[in-house]
Design a protein around this ligand. Sequence first.
Ligand SMILES: Cc1cc2nc3c(=O)[nH]c(=O)nc-3n(C[C@H](O)[C@H](O)[C@H](O)COP(=O)(O)OP(=O)(O)OC[C@H]3O[C@@H](n4cnc5c(N)ncnc54)[C@H](O)[C@@H]3O)c2cc1C
Length: 517
Amino acid sequence: MNGGTYDCIVIGAGHNGLVCAAYLARAGKSVLVLEAAGQVGGAAVTREFTPGFKVSACAHLLHLMPADIVSELNLAGHGLKLASRGLSTTALRESQSPFTLDAAGLSAVSIRDAAGFQAYTAQMRKFAAVLMSALDAPPPRLGTNELKDKLSLLRLGWKLRKLGRRDMRELLRIGGMNVYDLLEEHFETAELKGALGLDATLGTNYGPRTPGTVLSLLYRMACEGAAHNEITAAQGGMGAVCEALAASARAAGAHIRVNATVSRIVVESDRATGVVLAGDEHIRARTIISSADPKSTLLGLLGTRHLDTGFVRSVRHLRGKGLTAKLHLALKELPAFRGVSTQQLRGRLLIAPSLDHIERAYNHSKYGEYSSEPVLEISVPSIDDATLAPTGSHVLSAIVQYAPYDLKGGWDAARQKFLDIAVRRIETFAPGLSTSVLASELVTPVDIERDFKISGGHWHHAEFAFDQFFMVRPVPGAAQYATPLPGLFLCGAGSHPGGGVTGLPGRNAARRIIGMN
Ligand SMILES: Cc1cc2nc3c(=O)[nH]c(=O)nc-3n(C[C@H](O)[C@H](O)[C@H](O)COP(=O)(O)OP(=O)(O)OC[C@H]3O[C@@H](n4cnc5c(N)ncnc54)[C@H](O)[C@@H]3O)c2cc1C
């Protein structure tokens, strides 16, 4: 069956696929987006998990998408409304009052840390801004003589140089460090270090003592800086962000089809020329761009026979087994966390009592076990968003670490046990919580793999690590969005700069493709 011809086919309508499609369509390309699921969004989607209760199925907080993407694609004009903004982060404590991570909150806990926090944040944001200049564009290619690549390296060098000698030295000193040692240098309050350490490890295969955790923290802070350092939640959950992206792409002329699973990428005369859908429909295009993860795209949809052995080996070795689970609770009433004000309850609540606690929670995962005392990022989005739960009831949405993809004995046997452990852990801080639970759901990395077609169920599609970052992300030979096969590109979280609802891989890939024509 012949389904027509386009300039570009984008595989997957996760947020990166949609961002890429929107920019390509705005540049005058005819674009078709093909999404396997029945709705757009990928891992940034809203789902009803029990009748009447909706929740963001994976990503729940919008704080990483650069403000210029939001405005260039006119997401507000395409229906995006924020249910809440300026959300605070509060560290929960077992036997003392919780505190919010700002000057006022910290001064109640430690005058030294309150003063240190401002200086630390200012310096880390300065470093993050340097990193941002490398995230916001296709990375340069190594060993070429092209002016474009040299200029890109020069630009980064210049940004570094502009920091001045002291800051430049400090950034070079801390860049490869682990976040444990960095935070020990700066702070004394265990829960403050725990909260900041959790931010560095969320979504990764890391504990705070893992080298590279300062880089992942700077990555997060770089994207947050480009989003004006504001944590927000979309009205209707994360799926509403993708609905607005889809509307923006459609307004620019892109076509989006859901329930359209690509079963293979078509290769003719040594270039990608189209795709075949489940059901055998063949659609042709000059350029195919995949937002599916690199392994699914290159080893699955394309197939190893079109790639050379060395490249196939590096894709096979790509690390990307998820450790992050998501817990959803439908609650009869608003949960009461000990000492937490309504204002604090509107924001993020963190259970990460110390760096050592996170490290111990991580240790289990190295041996294929889940954490017996997991660390969590909790939000109760229904406080500010009545679309998510029936009046008077609420939904609780929590990121839970660590829940290894390769759990010994498998998740079918362990799901309920880990869910109970996570609920009990939250209940330590919110007495009586379990009596209010009407329904619950635990989404493990194995479920993420199945439901969102992300092999390994990893937040970043491929681990965010030095050896899978920047000029070698996801692998050498595919780090500038183009793959070794002419006509085939990547644009999802597995490509530079990485995961999170940023839209950066999607926009960078579109820029690369537009710039090539
Ligand atoms: C538990 C969890 C919590 C998270 N929390 C946050 C958060 O709070 N904030 C944040 O910013 N980020 C968060 N993230 C990270 C974020 O969700 C992801 O990094 C991001 O959504 C990836 O977007 P993407 O568009 O690159 O890929 P995806 O969202 O994975 O989209 C890829 C799309 O391709 C489709 N697809 C795949 N194969 C095919 C095929 N053969 N044919 C057609 N379609 C196909 C899939 O169905 C999917 O829709 C979280 C991630 C997890 C797992």
